[in-house]
Design a protein around this ligand. Structure first.
Ligand SMILES: Nc1ncnc2c1ncn2[C@@H]1O[C@H](COP(=O)(O)OP(=O)(O)O)[C@@H](O)[C@H]1O
Ligand SMILES: [Mg+2]
Length: 509
């Protein structure tokens, strides 16, 4: 018997490579895309998914390799050229103009239409595909789900034949995600090709027609049919790699400091996106909060950083309990390294010194002789402290006067983490601390976190399982706003990873 010949791909990439400085983001990747199918591109943070897709969408130029459109090589010098061939991408950071209405945004991309015609198009396309968005609403007033639908409408307004969505469900509720996949199925049924980037195993298995897996810039599997996946754990392992647990840094394996007193406790904490969370953290340990994006772990970190409010529960910091609703992170006890190091963690057009003082300015206030609160900033002391910090944390920067915005990602992160560690917190909350960093900078951050355990309890919110498994003593797995389980990593080898992968996918192991 002969198998039916495989359908010819509408788009294909051949040996595509892309390097960012020291990081080989894509290594010789070859992949076929077929019309009529939802192709899931799976991989953990930093695997190279967005890079690969932005080359296909004309936003990034490959260093080498070829993109084929119906077998013919094409070169995209800009997104416009990709769009002309029917490739549209919804980026992770949505690209709508927030102060414009949906119809105005659409008109920007269809200059042949006036706003009124664009509004009509929003309605017709919306009805046809179940993409319900009010055309006259300002984007700023829309939910994330609605904004995303507006982005998809933008692509459909130009009749995109290949729609690429970068982690579209990361910002959606489970109900909205289901709805989105329904829409994508309808689009695929019209002979369009769909690529969905995600790291949610469950939705991949439920909705994709085929699966490809990227790991550290390499394509480790492609053409997997969900029906052939008998074991979710296998898929998780493909994503994360067998070497994960074996590559634990020697330092992390070295004897851990003795567990100290409890520094943080949550009881039945609720907030926007999570409910009934209970956990405890002791000095001397790293507790990792992992989960696919949007399962509550980021919102918990935001509450602990004081950026969002808890709605119920009890928080205890270093022995002092308070109703979670009233919680404000006590400055002397808690510190936070936020995920967005450029906008939340630092101010780019301020100097290193000024950034170093951001969370610790009170230490550099020189009291005025009569009115204590009219103190002035002791600039010289601040500059000296910043210079010491540059040396201590090995930040590659010419001087304390250097603008933070000119630092590389790794050095900026060292500055932010160093600043927070120098405050000697009892509780340190760090979010995605090595995202986007090269290996050397990531190592420096890991080293600093392992050292910091001696003084603090660390809550590490990370999408990088390798990081969690390498550093943490315990791993709390988040799924749909709840902690599925807390897995202790001591004496665990491969099993821990397997179990965490299952829990992340929502399967009770
Ligand atoms: N514009 C960029 N500049 C420097 N490094 C980048 C850039 N874009 C991506 N990278 C790096 O390339 C690697 C792959 O990133 P990315 O494609 O965003 O991964 P994913 O989408 O799978 O999370 C990461 O190490 C990331 O830090
Ligand atoms: Mg990405």
């Amino acid at each position: 018997m002969t198998a039916p010949p495989p359908p010819a791909p509408c788009f294909a990439v051949r040996e595509l490579s892309k390097r960012f400085g020291p990081v080989l983001a894509n290594q010789s990747i070859s992949l076929d895309i077929h019309t009529g199918r939802i192709h899931a591109l799976l991989g953990e943070n930093g695997a190279g998914k967005s890079t690969l897709m932005s080359m296909l969408a004309g936003r990034a130029r490959p260093d080498s390799g070829t993109i084929l459109h119906h077998g013919r090589p094409v070169v995209f010098a800009s997104p416009a050229q990709a769009i002309a061939l029917g490739v549209g991408m919804v980026y992770q950071r949505l690209m709508l103009v927030a102060s414009f209405t949906v119809a105005e945004n659409l008109a920007l991309h269809r200059p042949d239409l006036c706003v009124r015609q664009a509004a009509t198009l929003v309605q017709t396309l919306g009805q046809r595909y179940g993409l319900d968005v009010p055309p006259e609403a300002r984007v700023a007033d829309l939910s994330m789900g609605q904004r995303q639908r507006a982005e998809i409408l933008k692509l459909l307004a130009r009749d995109a034949r290949l729609l690429i969505l970068d982690e579209p469900t990361a910002v959606l509720t489970p109900g909205e995600s289901e709805q989105l996949f329904g829409i994508l199925k309808a689009l695929a049924a019209e002979d369009r090709a769909i690529i969905v980037i995600t790291h949610k195993l469950e939705e991949v298995l439920a909705h994709a027609d085929e699966i490809s897996v990227l790991r550290r810039g390499r394509l480790v599997a492609t053409g997997i049919a969900p029906a052939d996946v008998t074991n979710r754990g296998e898929l998780a392992r493909l994503m994360v790699g067998r070497e994960v647990v074996l590559s634990v840094e020697a330092e992390a394996r070295a004897p851990r400091p003795p567990l100290g007193e409890e520094v943080l406790r949550l009881e039945q904490a609720c907030g926007n996106g999570f409910a009934g969370l209970s956990l405890h953290l002791h000095r001397g340990e790293i507790l990792a909060a992992v989960g696919v994006a949007g399962n509550g772990q980021e919102r918990l970190a935001a509450c602990l950083a004081g950026l969002e409010r808890f709605s119920a529960g009890i928080v205890t910091v270093a022995g002092t309990s308070m109703p979670a609703r009233d919680f404000q992170p006590p400055r002397r006890l808690m510190a936070c390294v936020p995920e967005d190091r450029h906008h939340v963690g630092s101010v780019g057009n301020m100097t290193i010194t000024e950034n170093y003082m951001l969370t610790r300015d009170h230490e550099f206030i020189r009291p005025a002789p009569l009115l204590r609160w009219l103190g002035s900033l002791d600039r010289r002391a601040a500059t000296a402290a910043a210079a010491q910090a540059i040396a201590r944390h090995q930040i590659a920067a010419p001087a304390p006067e250097t603008l933070a915005g000119s630092l590389s990602g790794g050095n900026l992160q060292k500055l932010i983490l160093g600043r927070e560690l120098d405050r000697h917190p009892r509780v340190l909350v760090v979010e995605q601390p090595t995202q986007g960093l090269d290996v050397r900078a990531a190592r420096a951050v890991w080293h600093a976190l392992l050292q910091a355990r001696a003084e603090a309890g660390i809550l590490l919110v990370t999408g990088d399982l390798k990081e969690a498994l390498s550093l943490a003593d315990r791993v709390a797995v988040f799924f749909r706003g709840q902690i599925m389980d807390v897995v202790s990593l001591q004496h665990q080898e491969g099993d821990g990873l397997h179990r965490i992968g299952l829990l992340m996918a929502g399967a009770a192991a």
